[in-house]
Design a protein around this ligand. Structure first.
Ligand code: A3P
Length: 331
C-alpha cells in the first residue's frame, strides 16, 4: 500500500477537511441534483455522488494501490454491502479467529473492511498494511487502475432495484433526521431514481458495468445477487471461499464451519450485537451502525411502492437490462 503524503493524510484524517480547493473547484463545474436526504449529489464521470465520495474516489485513484492478494468488495449502496463484508471477513480469516472470538462480534463490518473511497478510512488503510479486504461503491468504469489491472479479486453484490430503492430511501431518511435536514418524499425520491439519480446511480449502469465485466472475466469478478445469497447462504459462502482461493476442506464442512459463518453473519445475529445497536461509523457524525440493519428481507418494497410506482420501475428495469441476461427475484 502506498503511503499518502502529509498534506493528504491531514485532509483524509479529518473528514470535515475533504472539501479542498481542488474539490470545491471541481464541484462548481458539475451538474447537481437533490439527494434523498436533501443534500446534493454531483454528476461525475456519468454517475451521481455526494461530494465526499468524489473527493474519496479521486484520492483512491491517487493513493490506493491494489495488490494481487487483495479482495475488493463492491456494491451499489444498500445492496448487502455490510453482509458481504461480514461473510467475506469471516470466511477469509476463519483460521485466524474461532467463531466465538471473531472480531465481527465486537466490531462493525465497515470498520474491519474499510472503504477505499471514503476519506475517513484512508489513514486507517495506511496504518494497517495487513488489511487485504476492502470495500467500495465505485462504478466499474471509474475504478482505480490497479484494481482492474492487478490480479486482485472483486466480489460484486447486487440487489433487486425495488428493494434497493426502498432500503436506500429509508437509510437516507435516517441520515436526514440525524442531521436535521429535509429529506425527499418517497414520491420525489422515486422520480429521482426513475431518472437514474441516486448515490452511485444510475443503478442499472452500476450493475451492468460489473455484470458485463464478470462475464468477460469470471475469474476476476464474482457476481452475486442478494436474493440468491438469502435463499441459499451456505452454497454461496462455499462459492465465495472457492473463488477467493480458500475453499473449505472436507473436515471443515463436516464440522459445520460454513453453517457457523453463515449464522455469525446472519441479519438476526448481527443486528442484535451490542456494537451494531449502539456504535457509529465515525465518532460524531456519519451513520449509526444500527442504520445498516433494517429488515434484511426480499420483497419489502411491496409495503411502500404503489402499484403504479412498482410497475413503472419494473418496466424501466426490463428496458435497461434487456438483452443482458440479467434478471432479479422481486419476492
Ligand atoms: P433493508 O433496508 O432492506 O433491510 P448495505 O449493507 O449495502 O448498506 O445494505 C443494507 C441492507 O442490507 C439493509 O436492507 C439491511 O437490513 C440489509 N442487511 C444488513 N445486514 C444484513 C445481513 N447480515 N443479512 C441480510 N441482510 C442484511
Amino acid at each position: 500500500m502506498e503511503k499518502t503524503s502529509d498534506s493528504q493524510q491531514k485532509t483524509s484524517n479529518g473528514v470535515e477537511d475533504y472539501l479542498t480547493d481542488e474539490i470545491q473547484e471541481l464541484l462548481s463545474t458539475l451538474p447537481r441534483e437533490k439527494s434523498f436526504d436533501g443534500s446534493y449529489l454531483y454528476q461525475y464521470q456519468g454517475f451521481w455522488y455526494r461530494s465526499i465520495y468524489i473527493a474519496g474516489m479521486i484520492s483512491a485513484h491517487r493513493h490506493f494501490q491494489a495488490r494481487d492478494s487483495d479482495t475488493i468488495l463492491i456494491t451499489c449502496p444498500k445492496s448487502g454491502t455490510t453482509w458481504l463484508k461480514a461473510l467475506t471477513y469471516a470466511t477469509v480469516h476463519r483460521s485466524r479467529y474461532a467463531i466465538e472470538h471473531s472480531p465481527l462480534l465486537t466490531t462493525n463490518p465497515h470498520e474491519l473492511v474499510p472503504f477505499i473511497d471514503h476519506p475517513a478510512y484512508y489513514l486507517k488503510i495506511n496504518q494497517s498494511p495487513t488489511t487485504s479486504i476492502f470495500g467500495t461503491h465505485i462504478p466499474y468504469s471509474s475504478l482505480p487502475h490497479s484494481v482492474v489491472d492487478s490480479n486482485c479479486r472483486i466480489v460484486y453484490m447486487c440487489r433487486n432495484p425495488l428493494d434497493q430503492f426502498i432500503s436506500h430511501w429509508h437509510f437516507m431518511l435516517k441520515i436526514a433526521q440525524d442531521r436535521k435536514m429535509e429529506p425527499l418524499s418517497l414520491e420525489e425520491a422515486f422520480e429521482s431514481v426513475s431518472n437514474g439519480i441516486q448515490g452511485f446511480g444510475p443503478f442499472w449502469e452500476h450493475v451492468l458495468g460489473y455484470w458485463k465485466a464478470s462475464l468477460d472475466n469470471p475469474h476476476k469478478i464474482l457476481f452475486l445477487k442478494y436474493e440468491d445469497v438469502i435463499e441459499n447462504t451456505l452454497f454461496y459462502v462455499k462459492k465465495l471461499a472457492e473463488f477467493l482461493g480458500c475453499p473449505f476442506s472436507d473436515v471443515e464442512e463436516k464440522l459445520g464451519v460454513i453453517e457457523e459463518i453463515s449464522k455469525l453473519c446472519s441479519f438476526e445475529n448481527m443486528k442484535d450485537l451490542e456494537v451494531n445497536k449502539t456504535g457509529r461509523l465515525l465518532p460524531d457524525r456519519g451513520p449509526k451502525n444500527s442504520d445498516f440493519f433494517r429488515k434484511g428481507k426480499v420483497g419489502d418494497w411491496t409495503n411502500y411502492l404503489t402499484s403504479a410506482m412498482s410497475e413503472s420501475l419494473k418496466i424501466l428495469m426490463d428496458e435497461k437490462f434487456s438483452g443482458s441476461g440479467l434478471t432479479f427475484k422481486l419476492s
